[in-house]
Design a protein around this ligand. Structure first.
Ligand code: SF4
Length: 383
């Protein structure tokens, strides 16, 4: 296997003939191979915007159902803007990266207040909305407003890095500076052709020029692709090496109000931060040399100001976030004394298991709820 040469800072310009050939072959390939997806059937800016946000961190197969349900629940930008944030997060529940939902909601409110509820048509106004970067704005402009704009999401960066054998880390801003002009150079001027080209470029990255095992045998760009010519598909794109991901043990309380085990205490996470605006079972990080039951009791005293009895361990749940991993150690707990105060959360609520379905929880917490629901007669002996 050949290794990449030192990072190239500039690219050899593509001739008009090569550009034309790349456009034509990619669009023809897309017409024959592009998947039929609901957001490709519409030019509605709101629907296109929603799909682009949902697709930022999530696979197409997962997005389709969420996309339909979200549009059914919030059929217009104004209906989204007017909804409480809790309802928006509930619709987003399970899709992850919840800042996307919070930003979508904030942006809808800005559109309602500044643009009379109509999605803006000026590129500068689009890119000024929360949660919309240059590439997402480019996609919305191209797909909904028929304004050809280049795109540069993760899939597109990978395809372009291979096409031109760009051997600089694709996460770096300096690499994007090389790639933006390339994406723009390849884009046709005609709005309809630009729609097809950008859709095709995304499709190529998602289904053919994949991160692992790209299927070069059916790629329309094989003849021009420098990575293919030099057998560098496995080396490109170059990524910045990630630091080892830290792991935290988290003590979590399923905290019952009394021995009838009807109501449980849940906490609303702070707005700004990981999983902001979602509800959770309270708890926190274990300190060095601390037992897990002691961690749960301490966290509840520090964050809620009440004394509890910590009982048996119910379950252990492992979960990975982008920058760290956690193991949730979940304990059956009973309220003892004190007045619950939301010292580290926005709000606290005693709820029954049935009532929990009205609140949005992170995925790992939903697994705790599933466990509790599947064991309705769970009667554990408190220590
Ligand atoms: S030939 Fe292979 S590596 Fe090159 S763009 Fe096509 S799928 Fe990607």
């Amino acid at each position: 296997m050949k290794s990449p040469s030192p990072p190239n800072k500039t690219l050899t310009p593509l001739s008009a003939k090569v550009v034309q050939s790349l456009r034509q072959s990619l669009i023809a390939w897309f017409k024959a191979n592009g998947r039929s997806l609901p957001w490709r059937e519409t030019r509605q800016p709101y629907a296109v915007w929603l799909s682009e946000i949902m697709l930022q961190q999530t696979q197409v197969n997962t997005v389709v159902d969420y996309y339909h349900r979200f549009l059914a629940r919030f059929p217009s930008i104004v209906s989204l803007a007017d909804a409480p944030q809790a309802d928006v997060l509930k619709q987003w529940e399970g899709l992850g990266y919840y800042s996307r939902a919070r930003n979508l909601h904030k942006a809808a409110q800005l559109i309602r207040d500044r643009h009379h509820g109509v999605f803006p048509t000026q590129f500068d106004d689009i890119v000024a909305l929360p949660g919309i970067g240059q590439s997402t704005a480019g996609a919305i402009a191209t797909f909904a407003l028929m304004q050809p704009r280049p795109i540069l999401d993760g899939n597109v960066k990978r395809v372009l890095a291979r096409l031109m054998a760009i051997d600089a880390p694709i996460q770096e801003a300096t690499t994007a500076k090389i790639m933006w002009p390339l994406s723009a150079r390849l884009l046709p001027d005609d709005p309809e052709a630009a729609w097809q080209f950008n859709q095709a470029l995304m499709e190529l990255g998602a289904t053919c020029c994949t991160l692992k095992n790209p299927d070069c045998s059916r790629c329309p760009w094989q003849k021009t692709c420098q990575a293919y010519a030099r057998n560098l598909q496995g080396e490109l794109p170059v990524s910045v090496k990630r630091k080892p991901v830290p792991h935290h043990d988290i003590g979590v309380a399923v905290l019952w109000k009394d021995e009838t085990r009807q109501q449980c205490l849940i906490a609303l996470r702070p707005q700004d931060g990981l999983l902001g605006g979602l509800w959770e079972f309270p708890g926190g990080k274990r300190e060095a040399d601390e037992t897990l039951p002691a961690c749960v009791a301490r966290e509840i005293m520090e964050e809620i100001g009440i004394e509890i009895a910590v009982g048996a361990k119910l379950t252990e749940i492992k979960h990975a976030y982008t920058h760290f991993k956690v193991t949730l150690h979940v304990y059956d707990c009973l309220y003892v004394s004190g007045i619950p105060q939301p010292k580290a959360s926005q709000a606290l609520q005693w709820v029954t298991l049935d009532e929990m379905s009205a609140y949005a929880f992170p995925k790992a917490n939903n697994r705790i709820i599933d466990l509790l629901k599947s064991n309705p007669a769970m009667q554990l002996t408190l220590c």
